[in-house]
Design a protein around this ligand. Structure first.
Ligand code: NAD
Length: 502
């Protein structure tokens, strides 16, 4: 018997009830409509007609890649910043629109590629899925963990092809590393993983008067599901990353790439979400309007070995160029000096695997390189091609980053953010006493001692005692769970609600 994914293109996800047109709703002055699935016409030549939603740095890059992707055509670009929409659409003679609902509603669009700010990812994905479109959505899948689960449910319910933009999953190198670590077992048992994103950023300004919303950008659409709030930073675009209302901080930005690699390579995707989360961090050394931490460290414990992640956006010393270095976690597990500042170390019985985007190497306990990994792959091109191939064949099983997997990788970051937000005054002692895992204490020591070069008292950080996460219900349980669970879901603005999918 054929499964839903084996059915010919556009023969899946029959409509449940006729839905009102978005544009009808808009024309009537209604911000949003209730969507239900419907079929849309396939392009006559089998080409997948794609609308790019979000025309910032990433959306315009993906549009240029899509233009070269076999079987794909950029037909529409949507952005509330009309100038961005137009300039991104122009090279492809695509239609530029300000309202993504026009793209989602169009019978001339088969799939959408979502490269908006994080707060829009899930709502746009669900609207598109319910309208019968396939979806490529940028990382992180979700601005909060609950809405990511709704995307997974919607994709399953409506039988759509939905991929997360974690392009490193399309690097064939990953399979070789898995083979090396788990089948050949050249380095022996895995003890734990240290993930790092120690990369520089600067403050985003702090205005005394709110930023005048730039002309030519539809404010209501830009905020969408998020609260419409005055902005005290200097620029609207990109720096939304560092505001909880619209972004997910460095954890949801770089963290998701690195933790997705760790889930893929070190855990072979056997661990969906962590069971225990212990976190410290803060936004320190800057006096700006940002809220998300620029120093963030987490211990993520699973049913097998644990992972630690260290993020910092600060230079090694004020006004210097180099990023922080997190020192080896224990005398027994001395990492090589060249451990990636943006990547991860798989600490094994017989050596270390040092992984970063596009390359990696395994070294023994004496620091001798055993094997190097590198493929000359254009990951973005491969990942988009993988999505388009899946759309054309209606075979979701070939997706390199299927959406539930993406929900889990995003979850490692979202839960670390939740723990930070639920945290209270910093207690290094409490952080260290939460676990017997000795390398964690050394990591906390290492991170806090980096602050001394700034004259920053670690007490200005926040910490959260260990949270226990029930991976079945995707809720926190036990101590502090009430404080944490409130951050698993947001309040949505009227007309832009993500509804529970049942
Ligand atoms: N996979 C990767 O390696 C990678 C790299 C960079 C960025 N990203 C992701 O891509 C996304 C965009 O990042 P960016 O750097 O381009 O940010 P950006 O701020 O430059 O662009 C975001 C764009 O989304 C637009 N937008 C806001 N509301 C919208 C709406 N309702 N409809 C359509 N567009 C809307 C904004 O006006 C803006 O032009 C982020 O989620 C980011 O995490 C992924």
């Amino acid at each position: 018997m054929k499964t839903i994914n084996q059915l010919p293109i556009y023969q899946i996800a029959p409509p449940r009830i006729a839905r009102r047109s978005f544009l009808g709703g808009l024309a009537a002055g209604i911000a949003s409509t209730s969507l239900t699935g419907r079929l849309h016409a396939a392009s006559p030549n089998g080409e997948v007609r794609v609308a790019v939603l979000g025309a910032g740095g990433k959306g315009s890059q993906l549009a240029s890649y899509l233009d070269k992707t076999r079987g794909a055509k950029v037909v529409m670009v949507a952005d509330p910043d009309s100038g961005r929409a137009e300039s991104t659409a122009a090279p492809y003679h695509a239609k530029a629109v300000v309202d993504l609902r026009e793209a989602i509603d169009s019978p001339d669009v088969d799939a959408v590629l979502i490269a908006t700010c994080d707060h829009w990812h899930c709502l746009a994905a669900i609207w598109a899925i319910e309208a019968g479109k396939d979806v490529y959505v940028e990382k992180p899948l979700a601005h909060n963990q609950w809405e990511g689960r709704q995307v997974v449910e919607a994709a399953a319910k409506h039988g759509r092809i939905v991929q997360l933009g974690t392009q490193q999953r399309s690097d064939p190198m990953q399979a070789q590393i898995r083979e090396f670590l788990h089948s050949e077992k050249t380095l022996g048992e895995i003890h734990y993983v240290q993930a790092n994103r120690l990369g520089l950023r600067g403050p985003i300004g702090k205005r005394s008067e709110p930023l005048a919303f730039p002309k030519g950008i539809d404010r209501d659409l830009w905020f969408g599901p998020a609260a419409v709030e005055p902005l005290y930073r200097n620029q609207l675009h990109y720096d939304w990353h560092w505001d909880w209302n619209t972004g997910t901080g460095e954890m949801g930005n770089w963290g998701v790439h690195i933790l997705d690699d760790v889930r893929n390579v070190a855990y072979q995707d056997t661990q969906d979400l962590p069971d225990r989360i212990t976190v410290g961090g803060g936004r320190v050394g800057w006096d700006d309007a940002g809220q998300t931490p620029n120093v963030h460290f987490a211990l993520l414990e699973t049913k097998t070995f644990p992972t630690m992640i260290a993020l910092s956006n600060l230079p090694v010393e004020p006004k210097q160029k180099g990023a922080w270095k997190v020192s080896s976690a224990s005398a027994a597990d001395q990492w090589p000096q060249n451990a990636p500042g943006s990547g991860y170390v798989v600490v094994c019985e017989g050596g270390f695997y040092l992984g970063q985007r596009g390359s990696g190497q395994a070294v023994d306990r004496d620091g001798k390189v055993i094997r190097k990994f590198h493929e000359n792959t254009d990951m973005i091109a491969e990942h988009l091609q993988n999505f388009i191939d899946a759309v054309q064949t209606r075979d979701a099983s070939i997706l390199k980053a299927p959406i539930e997997n993406g929900h889990f990788s995003t979850g490692w970051c979202n839960l670390s953010n939740v723990a930070f937000r639920a945290g209270e005054s910093f207690s290094q002692e409490q952080l260290m006493s939460q676990t017997d895992f000795a390398p964690w204490s050394q990591m906390v020591d290492s991170m806090t001692s980096c602050l001394t070069k700034y004259g920053i008292d670690p007490q200005t950080l926040k910490s959260c005692p260990t949270l226990v996460h029930d991976t079945a219900s995707e809720r926190f349980v036990g101590d502090n769970s009430d404080a944490a669970n409130q951050f698993l879901r947001r309040e949505y603005r009227s007309g832009y609600e993500v509804k529970a999918i049942s």
